[in-house]
Design a protein around this ligand. Structure first.
Ligand code: BG6
Ligand code: MG
Length: 223
C-alpha cells in the first residue's frame, strides 16, 4: 500500500465554478454599488460564503443588520445555484479525469477538501463522486481557509498523516492552509498568485504521470 493521500479543492481545480461564483458576487456588488473586479475576486477564492460577503461589505464600507446580511447571502447563493443548475461532465476542467483515473488505478486514497456547501451537489452533477473516499465540505468545517481545518479533517478521514498528504488548490488561502497543515501543496493556476505552493501548474494538462509517480514516492517515503 502506498502511503499517500491526495486532497483536491473543488472550485477552480476540478470544475470551473470560480467564474460562476464571480458572476453571482458581481451581480450583488453591482446592486449595492460596490466596485468589484476579477482581481478583488482572487480574495474570494477558497473563502467561505460568509467571509466573502464580509469582505464585499468591507470593500463597500457598508454595515448591515444580521437579517440583511443573511438575505444577501441567500440571494448570492440562489443566483449561483441558477448559474450551475445545468452543469454536467463537460465542465470538468481539462485532464482532471486523467489524473483521477491514474490515482484510482493505483488505489490511492482521495479526498475532496472544499469550502463550498454546494460541493456534493456539484460533484454529483459532474459524476465524480465515485473517485473520492471522503468529502469534507463547507458544511463540515467551522473555520475557513487559510485555517487548515478542512484539510486536517480530510486527512483524518482518510486515516493518513498530514505529512503523507498533498493538496491541489487554486486559491492563495488554500495553499496557505495546506502549508500550515504540513502537507505538500500544488498550485493550479497563476504561479505568481500561488507562489507559496510547493509545485505550480497552469492546469492539469501540465501534470504528467512522471510528476505523479515522483510525488507518490516522496509522500510514501516520509517516515
Ligand atoms: C470555495 C470557493 O470553493 O467555496 C469560494 O472558492 C466560495 O469562492 C466557497 O465562496 C463557498 O462556496 P458556497 O458554494 O458554499 O457558497
Ligand atoms: Mg478553489
Amino acid at each position: 500500500m502506498i502511503k499517500a493521500g491526495f486532497i483536491f479543492d473543488l472550485d477552480g481545480v476540478i470544475v470551473d465554478t470560480a467564474g460562476y461564483h464571480y458572476l453571482a458576487w458581481k451581480k450583488l456588488a453591482d446592486e449595492l454599488g460596490i466596485p468589484f473586479s476579477e482581481e478583488d475576486n482572487e480574495r474570494f477564492k477558497g473563502v467561505s460564503r460568509i467571509r466573502c460577503l464580509e469582505i464585499l461589505l468591507e470593500l463597500g464600507n457598508i454595515e448591515v443588520s444580521k437579517e440583511q446580511f443573511d438575505l444577501w447571502l441567500q440571494e448570492k447563493n440562489e443566483d449561483y445555484l441558477s448559474y450551475i443548475a445545468k452543469m454536467d461532465e463537460t465542465e470538468i476542467l481539462p485532464d482532471v479525469v486523467k489524473v483521477l483515473d491514474y490515482l484510482k488505478d493505483r488505489k490511492i486514497s482521495m479526498a475532496l477538501g472544499s469550502a463550498s456547501k454546494n460541493a456534493r451537489s456539484i460533484l454529483e452533477k459532474v459524476k465524480l463522486i465515485p473517485y473520492f473516499n471522503t468529502m469534507v465540505d463547507g458544511n463540515a468545517v467551522s473555520k475557513a481557509k487559510p485555517d487548515p481545518e478542512v484539510f486536517i479533517k480530510a486527512a483524518e478521514s482518510l486515516s493518513i498523516a498530514a505529512k503523507h498528504c498533498v493538496v491541489f488548490e487554486d486559491a492563495q488561502a488554500g495553499i496557505e492552509a495546506a502549508n500550515v497543515a504540513g502537507m505538500k501543496s500544488v498550485g493550479i493556476g497563476n504561479s505568481d498568485v500561488l507562489s507559496k505552493a510547493d509545485y505550480n501548474f497552469k492546469d492539469f494538462t501540465e501534470i504528467d504521470f512522471d510528476f505523479l509517480d515522483d510525488l507518490l514516492s516522496e509522500l510514501d517515503g516520509k517516515s
